[in-house]
Each structure stands twice: as C-alpha cells, then as structure tokens.
Design a protein around this ligand. Sequence first.
Ligand code: 5RP
Length: 223
Amino acid sequence: MDKEEKKKQSAEKAYEIVKKGLNRDTVLGIGTGSTTNYFIEILNQEKLDLKGAVCSSNASEKYLKKSNIEILSLNDVHKIDFYVDGADEFNSRKELIKGGGGALTREKILAHSSETFICIVDDSKYSDLLGNFPVPIEVIDLARSAISREVMKMGGRPVYRNNFVTDNGHQIIDVHNLDLNVPYETELTINKIPGVVENGIFSSRKADIILLATDSGIEEIKD
Ligand code: 5RP
C-alpha cells in the first residue's frame, strides 16, 4: 500500500471515531499537514451537526471553509473535544515530534486544550527513539542566533528554515542531533530559553490515541 493510501485510511479511521462521539455541542480541533488534509476532505464531504472547529493553521482553516462547519476561535470555546492531527515522528509512548509544516505552536495549544488528541500517521513515522526528524523551534526573530547557540550547547545542530514565516509571524530553526532519550526534559529545557515561542516535542501533552496505518490495516495505539 502506498503512503498516501495509508494516510487516507488513518484519516478515515479518525473520522469513524470522532463521528461516534459527536453531538451538537462538539468542538473539533483540526491540525495541519497532508494527513490532516485527508481528514478535512472527509469533513468537507459530510454534513455534520456540531458546534464548530478550531484550526491550527491558516491553511487548514482555508481548506475547511469548503465544509458547512463553523470556524471558531479557541478564545470562544471552553475546550476542544477531539483534536485530530498528524505528526512527523512518534514513539510507542505516544510522544511526538511535530512542526514539519511549521504550525507547531498552535498545534500544541490545541492539543493541550483538547480532551482527546487523535494522531493520524503512517508507519514511516515510527521511531523507537525520537530524533530522526529534527526538532522545529519557533523563535522570536531577534533571538534566533542566541537560541541557536544555546541548542548547540545541548549538542544540537540548528538549521535556519529559509524563506519561512509562521502564521504567528515568527521564524523557525530545525534542530538536528538533540538528545531525546527523555523527550519531556528536552521539551521543557528548550522552552526555558528566552525567545523560544514553542518547540515541536509533544511529550508534556502526548497523543491519546495514535491511528497507525500499516500494510495490514490500522493499528490503534492507546493506554
Ligand atoms: C505540521 C505538522 C504536521 O502534523 C506534520 O508535519 C505531519 O505532516 P504530514 O501529515 O504532511 O506528514 O506538525 O506543523
């Protein structure tokens, strides 16, 4: 089965789970990326009776506008019932690296505000030890070099993401070679550096359910 078909199947499974738990007060959180786009595609084809959806990026918001779902601001809702999003890498503890698409800050905010975080991935994203994918860090522009020096002290190799500005108006550095034996600690350590807006390690708020698409079908990873 090719990768795109796997992404699609994982999105279909997420829709099946979400649909079962839906009611008129349900708020969905919508992530960003090619896998999430398959989920949005389904939403665009269905007529769902729910309160609305909060999106993690301008791109997802624009795509979801083709549906009948009302776009909401996180400030106008008490919580997100289901947050559906992809990942760049995941491990068996449901910790993630995200932010390949640059939406990591809003994604982390939505994940933290959600009751159930459903992560949709194909099996190319699995890694026992996170770190094959560089950790994206969204930074305040003037702190970029200072933050790069700090992550180098941690053993990382920062690479500035050229010609890219986040939806929040900031720059991104992608950090290779970080020690991610304890992702939770690395996540907190990076976020303590002044000028860091957010980083793409999702350990303090992991996924609740990972829907992993493999050649032999969807595997559900949850507690
Ligand atoms: C965007 C993300 C995406 O979830 C991640 O990059 C996965 O994207 P894709 O589904 O295209 O592989 O974190 O910031």
